[in-house]
Write a protein that binds this ligand. Structure first.
Ligand SMILES: CC(C)(COP(=O)(O)OP(=O)(O)OC[C@H]1O[C@@H](n2cnc3c(N)ncnc32)[C@H](O)[C@@H]1OP(=O)(O)O)[C@@H](O)C(=O)NCCC(=O)NCCS
Length: 426
């Protein structure tokens, strides 16, 4: 699906209307040439009545400013020690960036304000080291933010916190984003970074359950690239705090934000707090989704092309595997009552969701349906995944003679020479 395809986007609108997204943007992205596109994407979100709050970082700008002024910053990202000089740099850099974002939002006709709604106190002395002006979020002025969001105003939040005595602290922007997303009960927290997402052992993680991410962080932290460790840690913290979906995407990819929010595939990493997975029977209105989902499998001859009419005739045989209501895989169970056999067909897992056990779940599902129906045997035909059926799912190689007569006729006519796989159920 192209993210700009309005029909595709329409299905998400009821789910996200009036929901809050917290978008945390790295400082380096604010000054990137693609930032104008991100602002446009935010304008699209707003036009769909999604409430948006923006948090931004300033590490890169603090570094540049320090170099320009010939001073050494004691810390860049608000996680270490912030001395008085660095706090001054952070104030200048953050305020400039906030201003740039406000300008960009104005250019897109979006109303926006910056606030003092992040209440912070000093991080304090940790293992004997005084962190000086580095702050920790104490609380978020929820009423202030909700009032703004309710009026269609985009709050722009710098990586700074304010205390009751009029003091300002430098706070890590990822930490601010999580605190804000948690306090506002955001539906999504989206980190827009310079990385394609979270990587583990050199591989981009497409999606990960928070429990699995926690496990990596606890046991194999060193396998996560240091530059994205903060995102990984805060993404996990956000999910644990109750934010259901946290995304980490590359802000230099045009349409990346819309693709992430409005497509099944996304472009970066999705960390999710719980699995909204389900297998459900397809309805007539799902035929288009089934055809779209399996288009690539048909093109590569893994699946036989079925005309729309053939789906319509037996739509109740098809099942969809959905994550967050997005179809990512499918299977069919055709029953041949005359021989008491079932055919498992049209098994397909979207390439972005392969190797997560979804194929096996669907086969187990079809198998238990077949058992419920009292069938004695499950058959499957495959040209490219026969090893999968045999090695992972307990099928054995059969012959075309195992097929029911009507199916055998079609098999001979097709000339596909698929392998016949058989699993005895009784
Ligand atoms: C075959 C298919 C259903 C597997 O789905 P999946 O959700 O990725 O598979 P699972 O996560 O359950 O299993 C992954 C394991 O199977 C292996 N596997 C995947 N495809 C395989 C294939 N074609 N042949 C042999 N093994 C395969 C993987 O290497 C992985 O092995 P591991 O667990 O040892 O690491 C999927 O790749 C697909 O849709 N293929 C195209 C359509 C197709 O051929 N359908 C069958 C016709 S009905």
């Amino acid at each position: 699906m192209k993210p700009t395809d309005l029909r595709g986007i329409l299905q998400y609108i009821p789910r996200f209307r009036e929901k809050t997204f917290v978008i945390a943007i790295d400082g380096a992205i604010v000054t990137d040439e693609n930032f104008a596109n991100i602002l446009l994407d935010i304008a699209v979100l707003r036009s769909l009545n999604i409430r948006v709050a923006i948090v931004h970082g300033a590490a890169g700008q603090i570094r540049v400013l320090a170099e320009e002024q010939g001073v050494k910053a004691s810390d860049l990202d608000g996680a270490g020690i912030t001395d008085a000089e660095t706090l001054k740099l952070a104030l200048t850099a953050a305020n400039r960036l906030t201003h740039e974002i406000l300008e960009g939002l104005s250019a897109n006709d979006l109303r926006a304000v910056t606030t003092n709604g992040i209440v912070a106190h000093p991080l304090g002395i940790i293992q004997g080291v005084d962190h000086l002006f580095t702050g920790k979020v104490e609380r978020v002025d929820v009423e202030l933010f909700q009032n703004l969001l309710g009026q269609g105003i985009v709050p722009v939040v710098p990586p700074l916190g304010f205390d009751g005595d009029g003091k300002t602290y430098r706070v890590n922007s990822d930490h601010v984003a999580v605190a804000l997303a948690d306090a506002l009960k955001a539906a999504k927290l989206i980190f827009i970074t310079t990385s394609d997402g979270l990587f583990h052992q050199g591989q981009l993680i497409r999606q990960i359950l928070v429990g699995d991410l926690d496990q990596i962080l606890a046991q194999r932290k060193n396998e996560i690239l240091p530059e994205i460790l903060s995102k990984a840690t805060y993404a996990a913290a956000a999910c644990r705090a109750g934010v259901p979906r946290v995304h980490v995407i590359n802000g230099r990819v045009d349409e990346g934000l819309l693709a992430e929010v409005f497509s099944n595939e996304g472009i970066g990493t999705l960390v999710y707090a719980n699995e909204y997975q389900q297998i459900r029977r397809a309805l007539k209105k799902d035929i288009r989704s089934l055809m779209l989902l399996t288009k690539q499998g048909v093109a590569s001859d893994e699946l036989v092309k079925r005309p729309r009419g053939s789906f319509e005739k037996s739509v109740g045989d098809y099942y969809l595997f959905e994550i967050d209501k997005n179809p990512v895989a499918c299977v069919a169970l055709h029953v041949y009552p005359e021989v008491n056999k079932g055919e498992l067909a049209f098994l397909y897992v979207s390439p972005s969701h392969e190797n997560q056990g979804i194929g096996r779940k669907l086969i187990q599902f079809a198998e238990s349906k077949a058992r419920e129906l009292g069938l004695s045997e499950l058959i499957a035909l495959s040209t490219q995944a026969f090893n999968y059926f045999m090695s992972k799912c307990g099928f054995a190689e059969g012959t075309p003679d195992d097929l029911p007569a009507a199916r055998r006729e079609k098999y001979d006519q097709s000339g596909r020479k698929s392998k016949v796989l058989v699993k005895k159920l009784k």
